[in-house]
Design a protein around this ligand. Structure first.
Ligand code: NAP
Ligand code: GDD
Length: 350
């Protein structure tokens, strides 16, 4: 394989961001390699459409089995693929789950990043060309915020095992940049959503349930803290920022956000309102969804990315609600048809 070819390795390619990033890179002529962990069921739904399309083309999307817990496997893949860019999106990414599985979260999300950086470092030493590395850092690192809005210079105060693991991954990327000259950039991304968002994250949980309630497929929606505020953007806009970071001559860290904040209650009100429903008639509070320590408010300041990367979000808060509601309404309609035909459907237990 030629070193001049644009060749990206994406960990977490089966996730929300991985699927949008793979689309984005394929559109720009990259050969895209994705890390997929073995599962007893198919986990590639979000990239099926890409995989189907490429059978007509010359195989620019290649999937490899691997796991962030397996450093030898990661090193072997780096040697085999010889990527020019690596996007590290793989993580146990659910904050609530990280309280139940703190050691697993640390292993995959924190030490997994170290394993990947070690593989890159060894490869660079042996081969002598530089791989550009993107680390998926998170606004969850700000936790109990020490400043509002939060920018690259705001001190961190993580409030969950996930936030702590992400902070390790963030700093080890900076450390490898400063110690070994790795071209590593961290995107401190605030929450970003889409119709492909996992169904246990709050926005998707709300749009999926509201659409089902509208069609009579569900009666109630159980949520936790409605007063938490988040800076929610559209995932499709945010993957462009990841790519832009790796096109810079110098590696650096950037906040990516809409610079607006809204509460879970406000999001619910908009979603149900758009369907002609009143959210308070359907939402009930279930203490199981509260967290041992909560992040009450996130609000980004993305001025650095807007200036240096010429990046800006295209989809507004209302636009995001529309995208997600339309998509989940279409999904609920399909479910309704299946039910009418006597097929079993159902939501995952969360
Ligand atoms: P996501 O939908 O949960 O996707 C996570 C990806 O990581 C999936 O492809 C998952 O594979 C993979 N993964 C999990 N454990 C793994 C392991 N042990 N080995 C290999 N792969 C593994 O997350 P996302 O929303 O796309 O987010 C992408 C990244 O950005 C994550 O690192 C997340 O923490 C970070 N982030 C997200 C946001 C946000 O608002 N979305 C904000 C800031 C940072 P399976 O499909 O097999 O589960
Ligand atoms: N998931 C969930 N489920 N959250 C709920 C619920 C519920 O039933 N009810 C209220 N919430 C509140 C949570 O307590 C939290 O304050 C807020 O909704 C958002 O929760 P999530 O959608 O689960 O996202 P998150 O902010 O905890 O984490 C996401 O964003 C981070 C960036 O700040 C994830 O994508 C992380 O991977 C990401 O790093």
């Amino acid at each position: 394989m030629s070193i001049n070819a644009k060749r990206a390795l994406v960990t977490g390619i089966t996730g929300q961001d991985g699927s949008y990033l793979a689309e984005f890179l394929l559109d720009r002529g990259y050969e895209v390699h994705g890390l997929v962990r073995r599962s007893s069921t198919f986990g590639t739904q979000r990239i099926e459409h890409l995989y189907r399309d490429i059978h007509e083309m010359e195989r620019p999307l290649v999937l490899h089995h691997g796991d962030m817990a397996d450093g030898n496997g990661l090193a072997r893949l780096i040697r085999e693929i010889r990527p020019t860019e690596v996007y590290n999106l793989a993580a146990q990414s659910h904050v609530r789950v990280s309280f139940d599985q703190p050691a697993y979260t640390a292993d995959v999300t924190a030490v997994g990043t170290l394993r990947l950086l070690e593989a890159i470092r060894d490869f660079q030493d042996a081969v002598g060309y530089q791989i550009r590395f993107y680390q998926a850092s998170s606004s969850e690192m700000y936790g109990k915020v020490l400043e509002t809005p939060q920018s690259e210079s705001t001190p961190f105060y993580p409030r969950s095992p996930y936030g702590v693991a992400k902070l390790y991954a963030h700093w080890i990327t900076i450390n490898y940049r400063e110690s070994y000259g790795i071209h590593g950039s961290c995107g401190i991304l605030f929450n970003h959503e889409s119709p492909r968002r996992g169904e246990t994250f709050v926005t998707r949980k709300i749009t999926r349930a509201a659409a089902r309630i509208k069609l009579g497929l569900q009666k109630k929606l159980y949520l936790g803290n409605l007063d938490a505020k988040r800076d929610w953007g559209f995932a499709g806009d945010y993957v462009e920022a990841m790519w832009l970071m790796l096109q810079q001559d110098e590696p650096d860290d950037y906040v990516i956000s809409t610079d607006e904040t809204h509460s879970v209650r406000e999001f619910s009100e908009k979603v149900f309102g758009r369907l002609g429903l009143n959210y308070s008639d359907f939402i009930e509070i279930d203490p199981r969804y509260f967290r041992p320590a909560e992040v009450e408010l996130l609000l980004g300041n993305s001025q650095k990315a807007r200036k240096k990367l010429a990046w800006q979000p295209r989809v507004s808060f209302d636009g995001l609600v529309d995208l997600m509601v339309d998509s989940d309404l279409a999904l609920a309609r399909k479910e309704q048809v299946l039910l009418a035909a006597g097929h079993e459907t159902g939501l995952p237990n969360r």
